[in-house]
Design a protein around this ligand. Structure first.
Ligand code: GYE
Length: 311
């Protein structure tokens, strides 16, 4: 009976895990929500989460990963600020038998250097945004300005290409200016101010495509300060679906957003548990949903629903 009891004890004991999380920073409301939800998901699962904020610097992420390896963590979560430069440190984790799961962005490294990547189809998000604009403007001439995400990040590269695919074949729609706003409100506002000045006070601009809502919210401020109406004089389409873009939509100041769930950690921890407890190897890409929201989707109701979800 005692042997059975001890076996029962071990089988029921939750394997408490220590997991290192190298997070980019808190450049946007979406990223802050991702961090909040990752902490909540870890708490729920009895995971000891070691959190490192890289302040947007890749060298800080690489340093954090090396520290996690030295601590002998069970697994590592990495939201990679840019797509290149990860081979060496990912090899070091692999040599220490520590599985790495990518969150919300991808890397150019060979996929045998990480267990899986959890995220949206970033290219598709850009296509959805472009196709929405095509539907909105029809064959009217439309000069578009674009606020790109962080230079060299997979979302900036893929959302740009996706949007161009979405508007392909509609020569009346042209991207006339495109620059990084680094996914932040402040930079989005600053760059939009320069676009407005360069484009006849904004009179030449028909639409803004921003790679995230935070840059769009900053740009909306700049458009209003230039005496124009965002959402009508200049259409606004972006990505993330954070609460504040729905407030802007309800005020008629934004038009469309493509949703990105901030709960990347749930699927990541599930894949790690299945792999570490049962040896189940996950697919290399675990895709999250992308849903288009427009002013027709009762924005204040969506705002209220989203307010509580980690933002
Ligand atoms: O859209 C943005 C954050 O990596 C896809 O990063 C993510 C992006 C997200 O700064 O708000």
């Amino acid at each position: 009976a005692s042997i059975l009891a001890s076996m029962t004890f071990f089988s029921s004991a939750v394997v408490a895990q220590t997991i290192g999380f190298s997070q980019i920073g808190s450049e946007s409301g979406w990223r802050a929500a991702e961090t909040t939800l990752t902490r909540q998901e870890a708490e729920k699962r009895g995971i000891d989460l070691k959190f490192a904020d890289a302040q947007q610097k890749q060298e800080n992420q690489i340093r954090a990963i090396r520290s996690f390896i030295a601590q002998g963590v069970d697994a590592i979560l990495l939201a990679p600020v840019v797509a290149t430069g990860w081979d060496a440190v990912l090899k070091e984790a692999q040599e220490s038998d520590i599985p790495v799961v990518l969150l919300d962005r991808q890397v150019d490294s060979s996929d045998d250097l990480y267990l899986t990547a959890v995220g949206s189809d970033l290219h598709h998000e850009g296509v959805v945004a472009g196709e929405w604009l095509v539907g909105e403007v029809g064959d009217k001439e439309c000069n578009v300005v674009e606020l790109q995400g962080t230079t060299g990040s997979s979302p900036a590269i893929k959302r740009k290409a996706g949007f161009e695919e979405g508007i392909a074949g509609h020569d009346n729609i042209k991207i006339v200016r495109s620059q990084t706003g680094d996914f932040t409100r402040a930079k989005g506002k600053e760059v939009m101010e320069s676009f407005l000045k360069a484009e006849n006070g904004g009179k030449n601009i028909c639409a803004l495509y921003a790679h995230n809502d935070d840059m769009a919210v900053g740009a909306i401020q700049a458009i209003k300060e230039a005496g124009l109406k965002p959402g009508s004089d200049i259409l606004v389409v972006s990505i993330d679906a954070v609460p504040d873009i729905f407030q802007a939509m309800a005020a008629g100041e934004a038009n469309a957003t493509v949703e990105l769930t901030p709960n990347m950690a749930g699927p990541a921890f599930d894949a790690l548990a299945a792999f570490m407890d049962g040896g189940t190897v996950p697919p290399k890409f675990i895709q999250t949903e992308s849903k288009l929201y427009t002013q027709k989707d009762d924005p204040m109701k969506v705002y209220e629903e989203k307010k509580g979800l980690g933002y």
